[in-house]
Design a protein around this ligand. Structure first.
Ligand SMILES: *Cc1c(COP(=O)(O)O)cnc(C)c1O
Length: 457
């Protein structure tokens, strides 16, 4: 069963937790009890990734999906990845790099969104319902969400992005998708305008329910769940390669989604000694883990844009555990944060160390890893590696999660290296394909009219 971090809802099952997204009391959904799996670990070590994924997720799903169906979902979700190990681990200098970018859009969000798309399709087919996803993106999440649901029955997806303000590559990753259930809306405004319209439409309850609108935002429980899996995979693969039984894992962080999954994996019994949290200049989380103070700052644009976040949407889930599973304490901390932009927790959490990799340091890391090891880091992974190098251990391997393929950020790589070497055939192919998108004003009525027409009413 699933509960809310704010304690204001009756417990719900897995299906409702996934379809609900945000809990109705404004909190986030979490399992009422975390399964621990120390006994199962040895049986999991040799499993291929889709099998491991089904084994790790099954206790969270309970009886709502039989094991054979869950396995069919994980197999379908990861069949399209372009590496046989799905998330391969490579030794690069002092770091074990776990590449999470072998999915269709070459970024780690595919791992969760491929699964979420298949899961939504399964749950909707079972209940005969429809779902129309509406989102606003400044870049990466839009294409990964589209790739997750393209061609699926009972689902349409509408993605708003700021017209002329996303990189041509990112735009092509969305607008070259030909499936008729995919709708790319280039809105005449900024990313913030898109967010505003999104909020306006979601608070129009009549419209929302008439058109079965839903979201795929980073707080959806199934996204966190799918990400727990690769922490087990990392520990097992590195143990196999190095003979050392445990690892530390460094995670480049924005919304605290990815690293929160690692926190849960560790709590479940994955052999992870500690998590190394890495931020860019937008360092609210690094400051928190070093001082206990979580205080909102201003967003600074960097070369790792997917981590340019000041308020981390999954942080409330961590607060729930940090307060000893006390919804009242979470409510009061979050209320204080809403009012003053600041909250404070006493004591330190030994599960984490944290640091900041600046843009300049990360650019130097890209250069050094390319020259010394012939390995190309993307700008987000470079933040992780920059911070991970400060915490290397003599007794334990250090894994760093690689969250995107470098070819997604060709300008930054060219700037770091002085030459243009970041390529990927999947991105080159996009240049040949026709594109399809609709330009619309950044206004609620125009977007609603488009949705109503596209859905044929
Ligand atoms: C989304 C994203 C991140 C940050 O992940 P969070 O779950 O928000 O911490 C890091 N790198 C890349 C490339 C991303 O797309």
């Amino acid at each position: 069963m699933y509960i809310s971090t704010r304690g204001g809802i009756e417990p719900v099952g897995f299906r409702d937790a996934v379809l609900m997204g945000l809990a109705d009391d404004g909190g986030l959904l979490l399992p009422a009890a975390l399964p621990t799996v120390t006994d199962g670990l040895s049986g999991w070590r040799k499993l291929a990734y889709p099998q491991l994924a089904a084994a790790v997720m099954q206790p969270f799903v309970g009886t709502e999906l039989p094991p054979s169906q869950l396995l069919a979902l994980t197999q379908r979700s990861y069949a399209g990845f372009d590496d046989p190990d799905v998330v391969p681990v490579r030794a690069v200098g002092p770091i074990q790099v776990m590449e999470l970018f072998h999915g269709p859009t070459l970024a780690f969000k595919d791992i969760a969104l491929q699964f979420l798309g298949n899961l939504f399709a399964r749950l909707l087919a079972d209940s005969g319902r429809a779902l129309n996803i509406l989102g606003a993106t400044s870049g990466d999440t839009g294409s990964a969400a589209i790739a997750g649901v393209r061609g699926k029955g009972n689902i349409h997806i509408f993605v708003m992005y700021p017209h002329g303000r996303v990189s041509p590559l990112q735009e092509r990753q969305m607008t070259t998708v030909a499936d008729p259930n995919v709708h790319c809306l280039a809105i005449e405004g900024t990313f913030d305008d898109g967010q505003r319209v999104l909020k306006q439409i979601f608070t129009d309850i009549g419209f929302k329910s008439e058109f079965c609108l839903g979201a795929v935002n980073s707080v959806n429980w199934a996204r966190v769940l799918a990400q727990i899996v690769y922490y087990f995979h990392a520990a097992f693969r590195v143990a196999e390669q190095t003979g050392v039984a445990s690892v530390q894992v460094c995670v480049p962080t924005g919304n605290f989604g990815d690293i929160f999954a690692g926190y849960l994996a560790r709590a479940m019994g994955a052999p992870i000694s500690r998590l190394i949290l890495a931020t860019n200049e937008n360092d609210i989380l690094a400051r928190f883990f070093n001082t206990g103070v979580y205080a909102r700052g201003r967003v600074t644009p960097t070369t790792s844009p997917s981590m340019d976040i000041q308020v981390a949407s999954n942080f409330e889930r961590y607060l729930y555990y940090r307060t000893g599973a006390d919804p009242e304490a979470v409510r009061s901390l979050m209320a204080g944060f809403e009012r003053h932009g600041r909250l404070q927790i006493e004591g330190m959490d030994t599960a984490f160390v944290a640091g900041t990799g600046t843009t300049a340091a990360s650019m130097a890391t890209i250069r050094r890893y390319y020259e010394d090891f012939g390995y190309l880091l993307d700008p987000h992974t470079a933040v992780g590696v920059t911070v991970a190098e400060r915490y290397l251990s003599k007794s334990e391997p250090t894994v760093c999660l690689a969250t995107a393929h470098a070819a997604k950020f060709p300008q930054t790589i060219a700037q770091a290296l002085g030459r243009d070497v970041a390529r990927h055939p999947a991105l080159e192919r996009l240049l040949e394909l026709p594109t399809r998108r609709t330009v619309l004003p950044a206004e609620k009525a125009a977007i609603q009219e488009y949705i109503a027409r596209a859905l044929g009413s």
